[in-house]
Design a protein around this ligand. Structure first.
Ligand code: GUN
Length: 283
């Protein structure tokens, strides 16, 4: 078997076209969806993420504002800016790029963002809504992965989904979204005993660990759908995921490549969230 590629680049492009049309419609109601991003300091990876967000946000016609603060900024100054943007009716979505410097408490920052503008879905209010099955804002990466699975009509209800990794950004919200769509969900992590026996049972396997080559073809069930969230550099400096792609592609029914799988869909998840929030201004 050679797996179908879950093509994140293609699906993300198609999603951008849909969002662009929605933004045009909103503009007819004098609404320009707004996304404000706060970047603190000069972390090179964060700078790349923020630049990519800006490019995609502007492509679909959002009013994108970047607030770049020095690495020495105090927590109070940052919170003041968040509070100002919480009040700004032009801002539908607001996010603070992580990581933050040591003088700033990320938990406080996430919970100062108004829950209805918290496009990352990191605040306690939105985490609670996610697990309660309520309407809320949910993190971009799992949101984008769900969109990718839907585009390829992957059945979810009743399927055994195994999520490896329990981060607040990917693993936990991914498990919650799969559960909301009636998958039987197992979360595995670094303390899990006999990981392979679990992964071999998965109809849907999401790998979000950050360890190149963690999963190979022998570790998966024939016909599984495999989603690779990993972003690692191999010895040659090449970007690779958490799975051994060639062997997995021989056994899986569908698989995401790295790059070009989950990566582009993370921003899709964010943009989908911003556009959804702006649409609520019409009602
Ligand atoms: N840093 C890495 N990923 C993310 C993300 O999804 N949101 C924020 N705010 N910071 C990040």
């Amino acid at each position: 078997m050679t797996a179908t590629i879950l093509d994140g680049t293609k699906v993300a492009k198609r999603a951008d076209q849909v969002f662009q049309e929605t933004v045009q419609e909103l503009k007819q109601h004098q609404i320009i969806p707004g996304l404000a991003v706060i970047l603190v300091g000069d972390n090179p990876a964060s700078a790349v993420y923020v630049r990519n967000k800006q490019r995609r946000a502007e492509k679909i016609g959002l009013n994108y504002q970047l607030f770049h603060l020095p690495v020495t900024v105090s927590q109070d100054e940052l919170l003041e800016l968040i509070q100002r943007l919480n009040q700004d009716p032009q801002v539908d979505g607001l996010m603070v790029q992580m990581p933050l410097p040591a003088q700033i408490d990320a938990m406080v920052v996430m919970n100062t963002i108004a829950p209805e503008k918290d496009v990352d879905g990191f605040s306690i209010a939105n985490v609670g809504r996610l697990w309660s099955g309520m309407f809320g804002n949910f993190p971009g990466t799992p949101r984008g992965i769900m969109r990718l699975l839907h585009e390829y009509q992957v059945p979810i209800a009743g399927q055994h989904a195994v999520v490896i990794g329990r981060s607040d950004i990917v693993g936990k919200p991914m498990a919650a979204l799969l559960l909301r769509e009636n998958a039987t969900v197992t979360i595995a992590h670094s303390h899990t005993r006999d990981l392979r026996s679990l992964t071999r049972q998965a109809d849907i396997l999401v790998v979000a660990v950050g360890q190149a080559g963690l999963i190979s073809g022998a570790d998966i069930k024939p016909g599984a759908v495999v989603v690779d969230v990993g972003m690692n550099r191999n010895e040659a400096g090449k970007l690779v995921g958490d799975i051994d792609f060639p062997s997995v592609a021989q056994v899986a029914k569908m698989v995401t490549p790295v790059p070009g799988g989950v990566g582009p869909m993370t921003i899709t998840g964010l943009l989908e969230q911003v556009v959804t929030l702006a649409q609520r201004r019409v009602e």
